[in-house]
Design a protein around this ligand. Structure first.
Ligand SMILES: NC(=O)c1ccc[n+]([C@@H]2O[C@H](COP(=O)([O-])OP(=O)(O)OC[C@H]3O[C@@H](n4cnc5c(N)ncnc54)[C@H](OP(=O)(O)O)[C@@H]3O)[C@@H](O)[C@H]2O)c1
Length: 331
């Protein structure tokens, strides 16, 4: 597996990471723990050294799973996790309140260290910007944790340009994790030039469009109430029908390259910049292997132009998030 570097302090990871969220949360009920442990270890065997989790996935369950599965590989793999959410009134399985007060960060880091079974968190992201706490205070709190040896690198998720710049001035940011894929290209406008300027890596989440870009989801795919996609406008029935044209485009292109649509979606991200490291999520070994195969897909500048020209001509139907979710995003 090829390697890439996050930020300027030498954090080296596999060019494709593994998003672990769906193993415990968000895409239906938690999957069988033993099967997921086997999958995580199979990923290590195949060269994956970058694993993505968060305190809120489960909540807590996903960190526990990742900690258990990767315990034999301590020091050989990079585990990224996230702080910054807590239960609001009435919350059980989905925490809705933002919480990045320095004392909160100092408290919850201990739980993440314990669940992940590590002495230091390799990459600690703020999950969402908390408008009630100056980002300098958040960056300062993480800087202190780095000085204490509890955290190695700092990251932000769905943060806006001003926030990134201010945070980076206090504690260098190794990576921004935000949504980016062929059907969500907004980060290209302002964020990516800034990341390039500051030497911050980009870790796109939902690089497969939450599964849609793979071609394995269509208008007949059911999403029950435990599946987050049942709340996403882009996944409403009529929008899925309208958005099929994007998948058809990827499928046509994939057939010409002898690849799959998922591999083209990931290959496009990898070819975009050498400091991009996508973290596709899957709960299935054959899909993990398919996704890792994207590292070998070669897309020429002409291929990139052709994919981008064709996809730019497609108007995607439906918002990527519900309004409540979008309100949590820093602009
Ligand atoms: N920072 C944030 O706020 C944030 C938000 C969302 C996600 N994330 C992180 O990013 C990771 C990835 O994002 P994501 O899970 O939302 O979306 P994604 O990676 O775009 O898509 C995951 C979905 O695609 C399916 N899938 C994966 N590979 C496939 C393939 N080759 N063929 C067909 N279907 C395939 C998976 O189903 P199966 O499991 O059935 O394969 C799953 O439903 C998450 O695991 C999480 O760690 C972070």
């Amino acid at each position: 597996m090829k390697k890439r570097t996050l930020g300027t302090n030498g954090l080296e990871v596999s060019a494709i990471g593994l998003g672990c969220m769906g193993m415990s949360w968000s895409y239906g009920p938690a999957k069988d723990e033993q099967e997921m442990i086997a999958l995580l270890r199979a990923a290590v065997e195949r060269g994956v050294t970058f694993f993505d989790t968060a305190e809120v996935y489960g909540p807590l369950l996903n960190e526990e799973l990742v900690g258990k599965a990767l315990a034999p590989f301590r020091g050989e793999v990079v585990i990224a996790t996230k702080f910054g959410m807590e239960p609001g009134p009435g919350d059980t399985d989905r925490w809705s309140r933002l919480s990045s007060r320095p004392e909160h960060i100092r408290k919850v880091v201990e739980g993440s260290l314990k669940r992940l079974k590590v002495d230091a968190i390799d990459l600690y992201y703020q999950h969402r910007v908390d408008p009630a706490v100056p980002i300098e205070d958040v960056a300062g709190a993480v800087k202190d944790l780095i000085a204490q040896g509890k955290v190695k690198h700092f990251g932000l998720s769905e943060a806006g340009a001003q926030t990134i710049r201010r945070a980076h001035a206090v504690q260098p940011v190794a990576a921004l994790q935000s949504e980016y894929s062929l059907w969500w290209r907004e980060p290209e406008e302002v964020l990516m030039p800034l990341l390039e300027e500051l030497g911050i890596a980009f870790v796109p989440f939902s690089p497969l469009g939450k599964g849609f870009l793979t071609g394995k989801i269509d208008a007949s795919t059911p999403f029950d109430s435990t599946d987050f996609r049942s709340t996403v406008p882009r996944f409403e029935l009529e929008n899925r029908k309208a958005n099929q044209v994007m998948v058809d485009l990827l499928a046509d292109f994939a057939a010409r390259k002898g690849a799959t649509p998922a591999q083209i979606a990931l290959g496009w991200l990898l070819a975009k910049k050498p400091w991009i490291v996508p973290i596709p999520g899957t709960t299935k070994l054959h899909r993990l292997e398919e996704n890792l195969g994207a590292a070998d897909v070669v897309l020429t500048p002409e291929d990139m132009r052709s994919i981008e020209d064709a996809s730019a001509a497609i108007a995607i139907a439906g918002a990527r998030y519900s309004q409540a979710q979008e309100n949590l995003v820093d602009r």
